[in-house]
Design a protein around this ligand. Structure first.
Ligand code: ATP
Ligand code: ZN
Ligand code: MG
Ligand code: MG
Length: 473
């Protein structure tokens, strides 16, 4: 049965769910569906004049890219298919008015596209329950993590030594603080999350909780209950979060006398998140899963605030095929770093100036099909001077950018009968069991043109960091 009958769309069936830089998301009040609508900045005349056909093509490109390119790279089980839809314009206009008051002020520099009527329809990943027994039970919890880039570049094209010591996220934090994007530095370092060492991973998630910025959200029954709050009293917020989590993690009254119940509850949640992030569903549970991406090079970030000894000994590598392994492997398709890629981008640009018709054969703007994926996967390892090599590398870089920008959704549901625990006389009640499902979202193609922007941004971030931390050099 179709959830959406396009001729009967009613804005009262939908509510504001969230938004990023590029899109605004509304969720259905009953069915586990979301609509993702594009946004554009008010000065962006080009986008506001897009025709319906152009907008639909753009969204269809997102669907194709996610399905034909990112899904094979990230794993079938993590990526959900979306559908491009054309909505009644009246519905979209009413919806836009309805959600406007819910939008955070910091996002209001852009407006929702109400002209094309096009949107992306997706399953609501914050409402996925993993089995039928969970459904009537407690509402599912869902944790969204935007992990960002999990490795240090080892490319010989890197000119600034600092880039092989301090990760991009940590450098970018200083840049954003200076530019007023955030009021406080985050202590999160992606290299800790991707380390595969449980202790480091737990601390990384704790740091995300303390300063979520736009890298961490928690949903309960589809409602956001924890996210970035710039004026926040962090401790109060964490206490409120613990109140929400208590029924999931401390089901009986027996632990009430333990000190720092908030801390206990938050630690329980973090443990479950780490397990979900390290799970390899393809591997049998027994036996040592194969570890990958245990690179010989540096795997810690000098800016990470974790204890030195933990950093020194704490890189265990990731189990093969866990969600973090899949994302990291795809991010590492950026093997040359922007500094090595930029000359290849220029080679493509020059070639296209001479042969503009080649743009479509080289699939610069899609279509994102099997043949595009082959260009990404079969790019030669050595530069033979060809435009094909250069295009392959640019495609790989763009795919890696998508993987550096995606979010992981970990949906958690309690499973089995823990209701009896209240009567239990056991001193140590059985721990509640959890079912989790893991998905990846926000898999848009990054525009070909963004390469030159990335190149300038990289230089700005690195120079700012060097000035901040080594003012005398
Ligand atoms: P970014 O600025 O990170 O690139 P974006 O503009 O591309 O973001 P998304 O990340 O796709 O937009 O969506 C914005 C937010 O909406 C997400 O962070 C997530 O909280 C929520 N969201 C998006 N898709 C879904 C989904 N399928 N189910 C549930 N929530 C979703
Ligand atoms: Zn770092
Ligand atoms: Mg996003
Ligand atoms: Mg995005």
């Amino acid at each position: 049965s179709r959830v959406m009958e396009l001729d009967k769309m009613d804005e009262n069936d939908w509510k504001y769910h969230g938004e990023g830089n590029k899109s605004l998301v509304v969720s259905h009040v009953q069915h586990a569906r979301v609509l993702r609508l594009l946004k554009y900045s008010t000065e962006d005349a080009e986008n506001s004049h897009k025709t319906t056909e152009q907008a639909f093509h753009h969204i269809q490109n997102i669907v194709d890219y996610s399905q034909n390119v990112m899904k094979p790279l990230l794993g079938e089980k993590f990526v959900h298919n979306g559908e491009a839809v054309k909505l009644p314009l009246d519905f979209v206009r009413q919806l836009s008015l309805k959600v406007q008051q819910e939008r955070p002020e910091s996002r209001c520099d852009k407006v929702m596209d109400t002209l094309s009527g096009c949107a992306l329809c997706l399953p609501n990943l914050t409402q996925l329950s993993c089995c039928c027994c969970c459904r009537e039970h407690r509402p599912p919890l869902c944790i969204e993590i935007k992990p960002k880039c999990g490795f240090l570049p080892s490319s010989t094209h890197v000119t600034k030594d600092i880039k092989s010591k301090v990760c991009r996220f940590c450098m970018h934090q200083h840049f954003k603080l200076a530019n007023g994007k955030w009021k406080r530095l985050s202590r999160y370092c992606p290299l800790d999350l991707f380390s595969g060492n449980k202790q480091r991973m737990c601390l990384a998630i704790m740091h995300l909780m303390e300063e979520p910025q736009n890298n961490f959200n928690i949903f309960k029954g589809g409602e956001c209950i924890y996210s970035c709050n710039d004026d926040a009293d962090v401790l109060q917020d964490l206490d409120d979060l613990a109140q929400h989590l208590r029924p999931y993690f401390l089901p009986s009254g027996s632990l009430i006398s333990r000190p720092q119940p908030s801390k206990v509850v938050l630690n329980e949640l973090i443990q479950v998140i780490v397990s979900a992030l390290l799970s390899s569903w393809d591997c049998p549970r027994s036996g040592q899963p194969r570890k990958t991406h245990l690179s010989e090079g540096r795997v810690t970030c000098e800016a990470s605030l974790l204890p030195r000894d933990l950093l020194r000994n704490g890189n265990h590598g990731l189990p093969k095929d866990c969600v973090l392994d899949k994302i990291l492997g795809t991010q590492m398709l950026d093997s040359l770093d922007i500094e090595g890629l930029n000359p290849l981008f220029k080679r493509v640009e020059q070639y296209l100036q001479k042969f503009p018709k080649e743009r479509s054969r080289l699939q610069i703007d899609g279509p994102y099909n099997q043949s595009f994926l082959e260009k990404v996967q079969n790019c030669p390892a050595e530069d033979d001077g060809s435009v094909e090599y250069a295009v392959g590398k640019v495609h790989q870089y763009r795919v890696a950018m998508t993987a550096k920008d995606c979010s992981i959704m970990v949906a958690i549901a309690t499973c089995g009968e823990d209701d009896g625990l209240d009567q239990s006389v056991e001193i140590q009640p059985a721990k509640p069991r959890f079912n989790y499902s893991v998905s990846i979202l926000d898999l848009d193609p990054k525009p070909y043109e963004s390469v030159s922007h990335q190149s300038r941004l990289d230089a700005k971030i690195v120079n700012h960091y060097l000035r901040r931390t080594q003012p005398n050099n």
